[in-house]
Design a protein around this ligand. Structure first.
Ligand SMILES: [Cu+2]
Length: 146
């Protein structure tokens, strides 16, 4: 019986070491409206990767300047192309689709359950959302879910 009890912690360690990949679809129409990332709010573990999938054409994913953790690497995907980013810095990340930024095609990711830069991101969000011509509350709503 003892040897079986030893196996369980080993399995748990292996599970935690395995980083996961998450998919965010870039859509013309989603359950939350038009020109939208789905899911637009994502919580992942440190070291996980996220693939922004070009489900519908003519979208991209680009991190928003000043709205990712201080040491995180920014990204800027090409239109109509998948892009996979690995998130090694804990904290809050906000990103947009560049051609549809005015339509509030934005999303947020929280890495490692860390909120240390959330206030900074929320402050910057007030400037970003001033350019939205529709869905003005989307970014605030997403950030409120963290
Ligand atoms: Cu778009």
């Amino acid at each position: 019986m003892n040897k079986y009890l030893l196996v369980i912690p080993l399995l748990l360690v292996q599970f935690e070491l395995a980083s996961a990949n998450h998919v965010v679809k870039m859509l013309n129409q989603g359950s939350g409206g038009v020109m939208i990332f789905e899911p637009a709010v994502l919580k992942v573990a440190v070291g996980d990767s996220v693939t922004f999938e070009s489900t519908d054409a003519a979208h991209n994913s680009a991190s928003l300047p000043g709205m990712i953790p201080a040491n995180a690497v920014p990204w800027n995907g090409q239109l109509s192309r998948n892009i996979t980013v690995t998130l090694t810095e804990p904290g809050v990340y906000a990103y947009q689709c560049t051609p549809h930024s005015m339509m509030a095609m934005v999303g947020v990711i929280q890495v490692g359950d860390d909120s240390s830069n959330l206030d900074t991101v929320k402050t910057k969000a007030q400037m970003v959302k001033s350019s939205f011509v529709m869905n003005q509350t989307r970014l605030d709503d997403y950030l409120a879910e963290l």
